[in-house]
Ligand binder design. Structure first.
Ligand SMILES: [Zn+2]
Length: 191
């Protein structure tokens, strides 16, 4: 379920990023995720909330996103909830962009100043890791490490190992796996 209360992160962008982020987990671990049909109660939801309008009071200026750990009670309002702070500038690759895109009030088009952006599906991949029950990894360089400003393109061996301790490893042939990894790698061309 998506929240349309945001002009910058479009529903299309969020749908695609969520699909890529989930796919990177489901090609490695033995569970599957699909988009909920209308009327269905989804297991996972993404909302967009600023520090000012987050009903749960969890969002602050330094929080990019947060996700609740698994909650057993299917009617619990926080179950499967991921919340995104729209005050960051999200892109598909996390690369810098001209500052006028980020802050049009203070920078004019043609500025040579560049500002940093957040890799949307990369951060979602980390958040969905929380959503399936993984805590932060104290070792740097993994999807579940913090700080996660620098993200690897794919899940790292430790992420897969930690996930496989909760869910069984996905049983996929090496050639199928390589096909999916290639598909994930080419994701930026799809946007
Ligand atoms: Zn985290």
């Amino acid at each position: 379920m998506l929240d349309k209360n945001n002009e910058e992160i479009t529903e299309k962008m969020l749908n695609r990023a969520s699909k890529f982020a989930w796919k990177s987990w489901t090609i490695r671990l033995n569970f599957d995720v699909r988009q909920a049909k209308s009327g269905e109660q989804p297991d996972f939801r993404v909302l967009i909330r600023t520090p000012e309008n987050d009903e749960r009071g969890e969002m602050d200026d330094n929080t990019i996103m947060y996700h609740y750990f698994p909650i057993m009670d299917v009617d619990h309002p926080l179950r499967g909830l991921c919340v995104i702070n729209p005050n960051f500038y999200y892109t598909v690759n996390g690369e810098g962009v001209p500052m006028n895109l980020i802050d049009p009030e203070n920078y004019s088009p043609g500025t040579h100043v560049r500002g940093s952006t957040i890799d949307l599906d990369g951060v979602l991949r980390h958040e969905f890791g929380h959503g399936i029950g993984l805590s932060h990894d104290p070792e740097p360089g993994n999807t579940m490490s913090t700080p996660y400003m620098i993200l690897e393109d794919f899940l790292q061996p430790r992420d897969i190992m930690r996930g496989a301790a909760k869910y069984v490893k996905q049983n996929m042939s090496e050639s199928d796996l390589q096909r999916w990894l290639k598909w994930l790698k080419s994701r930026s061309e799809d946007y």
